[in-house]
Design a protein around this ligand. Structure first.
Ligand SMILES: CC(C)(COP(=O)(O)OP(=O)(O)OC[C@H]1O[C@@H](n2cnc3c(N)ncnc32)[C@H](O)[C@@H]1OP(=O)(O)O)[C@@H](O)C(=O)NCCC(=O)NCCS
Length: 236
């Protein structure tokens, strides 16, 4: 068995073939959208195991930076973890993950993050499951009508970027979003996402939600004026 990074973008074709066989419920366009539009993509970031002359297991390391104690910290977002069913249970994904971890260390990634439903699998290779918090917000009073609520437009992008920066840069963990990342991020947004802004003279708040999402999750938000955010919440 050989474990390595992709040598060229062309090799992604084989990786996409593997996704089609493993992720039956997720359309291939989901993965293509993210990988082909990723402004930081490097072929080597897609780690693969090769056996019998084919790619049998793979993991993607998405190169990202986050704000951490006022600094920019490079980290790897782990995604697209997959092994062909007929090669499963033989330690392949564990081996590719260990290879990805070594690769991240060599390349100066300070930490790595992933979201999963199978925590034990990742804990075995050193990931830690942090405490998850859920917040329930009850809005009792809304000073409605103060703000104009409308759909996000491309011409809002600068204002939204600046708002994101003001809102997030002092926290630990938010992604650092350069203009090219923002453009890419909008390309791989969910089709039915609602991206709303609240405006009074300028954009005071925004929210991104997928209304049909089973968990009713809010993808993200940022605000200068808390009342603008509350008005947005009352809309979604
Ligand atoms: C998860 C997956 C990548 C594991 O690949 P693999 O090459 O079989 O993994 P390994 O052989 O290195 O490790 C096997 C371990 O995976 C874990 N595992 C696999 N599927 C699991 C599942 N659905 N739920 C919980 N654990 C699972 C088990 O803990 C198993 O451990 P065991 O050997 O003690 O039973 C593979 O099953 C797969 O492609 N699944 C579908 C896609 C997916 O769910 N990806 C992960 C999204 S976070």
């Amino acid at each position: 068995m050989e474990i390595r990074g992709l040598n060229s973008k062309e090799e992604l074709t084989d990786v996409f073939g593997l996704y089609e066989k493993v992720f039956k419920k997720t359309p291939l366009s989901y993965f293509k959208n993210r990988l082909l539009n990723d402004p930081y993509f490097a072929p080597q970031d897609v780690r693969v195991a090769i056996e019998d002359g084919q790619i049998v297991s793979t993991i993607t390391v998405y190169r990202r930076k986050m704000y951490w104690r006022g600094k920019a910290v490079t980290f790897g977002g782990i995604g697209n973890v997959a092994t062909l069913p007929e090669y499963g249970g033989r330690g392949l994904s564990t081996a590719v993950m260990n290879n990805a971890i070594a690769y991240m260390k060599q390349n100066g990634f300070l930490l790595s993050i992933l979201y999963t439903g199978i925590h034990r699998f990742y804990e075995r290779v050193g990931f830690i499951t942090p405490q998850a918090w859920r917040a329930r917000l009850t809005i009792t009073e809304i000073a409605s009508g103060q703000f104009k609520i409308r759909e996000f437009e491309q011409s809002d992008l600068n204002a939204v970027q600046e708002l994101y920066l003001r809102f997030n840069k002092k926290s630990n963990g938010p992604l650092i979003r350069e203009p090219e990342y923002w453009r890419a991020n909008l390309l791989f947004a969910e089709e039915n996402e609602r991206f709303l802004v609240a405006e009074k003279d300028k954009v005071q708040a925004y929210i991104r939600v997928v209304p049909e999402n089973a968990k009713g999750e809010v993808w993200e938000f940022a605000y200068d004026d808390e009342n603008a955010f509350l008005e947005l919440l009352s809309f979604v």
